[in-house]
Design a protein around this ligand. Structure first.
Ligand code: ARG
Length: 266
């Protein structure tokens, strides 16, 4: 009789455990909303494709932020121009793609609080006569179309300059430089520096010009009026404050972030 009682109470506990396990997974799954995140995965080390998968600092960052905010995400590579079409048309909920927060973009979109400090730099062959931004004048410059790199180059070459070659993604702009179809590429510092590091045999170098290029900050891009912004802003700050950001930064960029520079902007 005693044995029977023990067995039945063990069964009862097991039953309750199974029941509660079902319960959590069910409600957890139902409550978490899945948001569609779009990117242009041709901008290593922020977002790029590795064996058919979209990876990079931005991708790990948005995963951490979404988790913190309590959302499931599905990240999809759509390309640079389509990002803006999709966010404007609300067929995607969020874009992460090293997107600089600019006043012009703010007229059409909402941004999260800044999560990354950046600036443009010039990628040139070693020994190039180009030593500063001003030296780009009269030279052929390749950029990714619709980026702050294009704007920075246009500020020197002039808008619609025939010396400016615009490409759908940044890898194509670099390819043009490799083929001697351009004298320089203007793009985000982290990206061109990483390119030089990963391709030492190609003999490229980077030119910084803090006087000519402005400070930039990346943000998550939302449709104007998006209800997600509040939750994601909070989560971005949390991920920066709780050390996750520094961990990912170190992992992908091999150095420590300047957290203060972000805090000053928030
Ligand atoms: N930060 C620059 C901008 O917002 C370039 C970003 C390009 N990003 C990319 N994934 N291709 O204009």
């Amino acid at each position: 009789m005693k044995k029977l009682k023990v067995v039945s109470s063990v069964l009862m506990v097991a039953f309750l455990l199974i029941l509660s396990a079902c319960g959590t997974s069910k409600t957890g799954g139902d409550e978490k909303k899945t948001v569609r995140v779009v990117t242009d995965a041709a901008y290593a080390p922020f977002e790029y494709q590795d064996k058919g998968e979209v990876v990079g600092f931005d991708i790990d960052f948005i995963k951490a932020v979404a988790k913190e905010a309590g959302y499931n995400i599905k990240v999809e590579h759509v390309g640079w121009d389509p990002i803006f079409v999709e966010i404007k048309g609300k067929t995607a909920d969020i874009a992460i793609s090293s997107i600089t927060i600019t006043d012009k973009r703010k007229q059409t979109y909402d941004f999260s609080v800044p999560y990354f400090f950046s600036k443009n730099e010039i990628l040139v062959p070693k020994g190039s006569a180009i030593k500063s931004a001003a030296d780009l004048k009269g030279k052929v410059v390749a950029v990714q179309n619709g980026t702050t790199g294009q704007e920075a180059a246009e500020a020197i070459l002039g808008e619609n300059s025939k010396d400016l070659k615009k490409f759908e993604n940044n890898n194509l702009a670099i390819l043009e430089l490799k083929k001697n179809g351009a004298d320089a590429v203007v793009a985000d510092n982290t990206v061109v520096e990483e390119y030089v590091r990963n391709n030492p045999n190609e003999n490229f170098t980077v030119i910084e010009d803090d006087g000519a290029f402005e400070k930039e900050y990346y943000g998550l891009l939302f449709p104007k009026g998006s209800k997600l912004k509040a939750d994601f802003d909070k989560a971005v700050k949390k991920v920066i404050d709780n050390g996750t950001y520094a961990k990912l930064f170190k992992q992908w960029l091999k150095k420590d972030p300047d957290i203060q520079i972000l805090k000053d902007q928030q």
